[in-house]
Write a protein that binds this ligand. Structure first.
Ligand code: PKZ
Length: 177
């Protein structure tokens, strides 16, 4: 039987301080720097789940809701939502905190996909991820739909094979023809 691990075992929290070198000319955190931190924190979560070397396979939509200022403390939380064969979807939540004013806001959320590989870079199976909390179960349930969407967009799955997506839009086979 395939090994199982709890989703919570992959949980990682990373804290960064926005320094002058991380900012643009408006003294706001640069998007690329944020994506770098997101890549690192989510790769560590995927590694904790798989105990393997992992590579970033894809990054879903990342939107920047509010700018993050110089001097803010940025907290990134990541955990695996679901594991497939060799790939793992990781959910990342980013908070920006202004310590002097005592404000903390949710800044970004994203899903990254990692693939566990062996020393030669070949994809290798990972344990199943077992969700426990209500939130973990919700993320787990949505993961198949998000996987199909990203595989269709990457040209790795035919839209006609994406059954979970079809069920959302309630596309009937007869209506397609
Ligand atoms: C132990 C604890 C220690 C912790 C402490 C260490 C901390 C240390 C931190 C290090 C933090 C740095 C980590 C940075 C990580 C990089 O930034 S890595 C650099 C950027 N990424 C790359 O270079 C990856 C390049 N791509 C590849 O190598 C190959 O395309 C891949 C991703 C391995 C897939 O290979 P392939 O031959 O196409 O394999 P294939 O069997 O067809 O597919 C394998 C899986 O990939 C999935 N896949 C392929 N393409 C996609 C896609 N576009 N979207 C989604 N899934 C895809 C497939 O669906 C399949 O999933 P499963 O069905 O098996 O679940």
């Amino acid at each position: 039987m395939r090994k199982q691990k709890k989703v919570s075992e992959s949980y990682v929290i990373m804290t960064e301080l926005v320094l002058p070198n991380d900012t643009n000319t408006l003294h706001n955190l640069m998007g690329g720097k944020m994506m770098h931190w997101m890549d690192i924190v989510s790769a560590i979560a995927a590694q904790k789940h798989s105990n393997r070397i992992v590579v970033t396979a894809s990054v879903d939509n990342v939107s920047f809701r509010e700018s993050i200022k110089l001097g803010n403390v940025v907290t990134l939380e990541a955990k695996v939502t679901r594991a497939f064969s060799s790939s793992m979807e990781v959910h990342i939540v980013v908070y920006a905190e202004d310590i002097p004013s005592g404000t903390k806001v949710l800044s970004n959320q994203a899903f990254f996909t990692f693939v566990a590989v062996d020393q030669s870079g070949k994809a290798i199976d990972v344990p199943e991820a077992v969700p426990e909390t209500e939130e973990e179960i919700k993320l787990y349930d949505g993961a198949l739909r998000r996987r199909q969407l990203r595989l269709v967009l990457a040209g790795r799955m035919k839209p006609s094979e994406a059954n979970e997506l079809k069920s959302i839009f309630d596309i009937k086979e007869s209506a397609q023809s």
